[in-house]
Design a protein around this ligand. Structure first.
Ligand SMILES: Cc1cc2nc3c(=O)[nH]c(=O)nc-3n(C[C@H](O)[C@H](O)[C@H](O)COP(=O)(O)OP(=O)(O)OC[C@H]3O[C@@H](n4cnc5c(N)ncnc54)[C@H](O)[C@@H]3O)c2cc1C
Length: 392
């Protein structure tokens, strides 16, 4: 699916036009991530805030030549995010809206929870957080220490613990926090939280790449959570725990691959724009990079279509994340070699692309974890050793 159909091509074209504006603010946000809050008038940020909200809650989708876009499918998200990341990956990740938390709420939330969450997102530019990773033991749910107590009673619950490396944490109004109700895989839960509640503290962490996302550390000191804010309380424990979370990761992972596509394209384009004349070998090298980008895009689109068809089928999404992350690192570093020594000082935008590409490795699970996902899927018989789907 390298060629987009007419409808998706319209979305890509619109997102591309908007994303050009992001580029003009990229270095400003890199220097000061809080600048994002002053840029909500930019079209990408304005629309990111209201897209990715289900049609039942958003009567005003993006309309392009009669086509309505809520940007809810993984494929639409991938198309939108690749263009945004081509403009600036940090600003795309730092946009208001509910790119990750919204997927989980839509997967697990009751009608009331969805109404509460999405109406808050649409009210005004609202940043949301998706707080899973913890200090010391990262994003492994098995080792999660944050607790939510009182879930079985009628009264409010209490959330206690700490989270780290959470995107938009310090600017977030609402979001989801993952916590334990008890030991074992059935003792995992996600609750809807508001940053304004007593005991909730969030502060930014200094990072080298993707600075617009303003990763943050959250401290939860006996935060009171209303009883009806546990996601999927209406579902069986087995449905509201890991299974629902894994579906969310599967749906979101192709968009992380899309960021790698946008970064790689921006790096190749940077070379073509800033080098007046290229030797034949250099042209060949750039052409090869573009062929690689097209191949990884085809894989990413296939991965997105696969999770749109069945959100439990995340192995192609893992393959796309591995391929795209590695490509973004290699292409952005290779782009530096087209310029004399000191390129990273003389070309701050290129230096930023290199730093941003490194940040992808730790988003949504490292390459090792994605390879583990692939191995597990292969062991289950989801596909054969050559990558071909196994027919049953
Ligand atoms: C830009 C950015 C945005 C982020 N946004 C969020 C967010 O919004 N919310 C959130 O909660 N977190 C977020 N994170 C954190 C991110 O999800 C985690 O850092 C990431 O999942 C890696 O997990 P970890 O820190 O636990 O590292 P680990 O999983 O501990 O990995 C550490 C090292 O050990 C290796 N490793 C770990 N387990 C295995 C294994 N079983 N086999 C082989 N090797 C292994 C890894 O490959 C890696 O090299 C973000 C991170 C970045 C960089």
């Amino acid at each position: 699916m390298t060629e987009l159909d007419d409808r998706l091509a319209l979305l890509a074209g619109q997102a591309h036009e908007w994303a050009a504006e992001l580029r003009t603010h990229a270095l400003e946000v890199d220097a000061d991530p809080s600048a994002v809050q002053r840029l909500t008038h930019l079209d990408t940020l304005r629309w990111a805030g209201s897209l990715q909200v289900p049609p039942e809650y958003n009567p005003h989708p993006l309309v392009i030549r009669g086509h309505r876009f809520h940007v809810m499918s993984a494929l639409e998200r991938v198309v939108f995010v690749e263009e945004g990341a081509w403009g600036d990956a940090g600003l795309t990740l730092g946009a208001p809206g509910a790119p990750m938390a919204g997927v989980l709420v839509n997967t697990l939330g009751s009608a009331e929870q969805k109404e509460w969450f999405f109406s808050r997102v649409l009210e005004r530019p609202t940043w949301t957080f998706f707080a899973l990773t913890e200090p010391g033991h990262g994003s492994d749910p098995g080792r999660m220490e944050t607790t939510v107590t009182g879930a079985s009673q009628e009264g409010p619950m209490t959330l206690t613990g700490a989270k780290r490396f959470v995107g938009n944490a310090a600017r977030g109004d609402i979001g989801v926090v993952f916590a334990r109700t008890g030991p074992g895989p059935l003792g995992l839960a996600a609750v809807l939280a508001e940053s304004g509640t007593a005991g909730f503290r969030a502060e930014p962490i200094e990072t080298t790449g993707l600075r617009g996302a303003q990763l943050g550390a959250i401290t939860l000191d006996s935060v009171e959570i209303p009883a009806d804010r546990m996601l999927g309380r209406h579902l069986k424990p087995v449905q509201r725990g890991m299974r629902g979370w894994l579906r969310t990761f599967n749906v979101v992972r192709p968009t992380v691959a899309a960021i790698g596509l946008g970064l790689s394209r921006a790096a190749v384009e940077y070379v073509r724009t800033h080098r007046r004349s290229l030797r034949a070998t250099e042209r060949d090298r750039l052409d090869a990079m573009e062929r690689r980008i097209r191949a990884v895009r085809a894989l990413t689109h296939r991965a997105a279509a696969a999770v749109d068809h069945d959100p439990d089928q995340g192995h192609l999404a893992s393959a796309a994340k591995v391929s795209s992350g590695r490509m973004a690192e290699e292409v952005t570093l290779a782009a530096r070699e087209f310029f004399p020594a000191g390129a990273r000082l003389d070309h701050p935008l290129l230096d930023k692309l290199i730093r941003d590409a490194r940040g992808l490795e730790f988003m949504e699970g490292t390459r090792d974890i994605q390879r583990l996902n692939l191995f597990n899927a292969m062991s289950r018989g989801a596909f054969g050793p050559t990558g071909a789907a196994v027919s049953r």
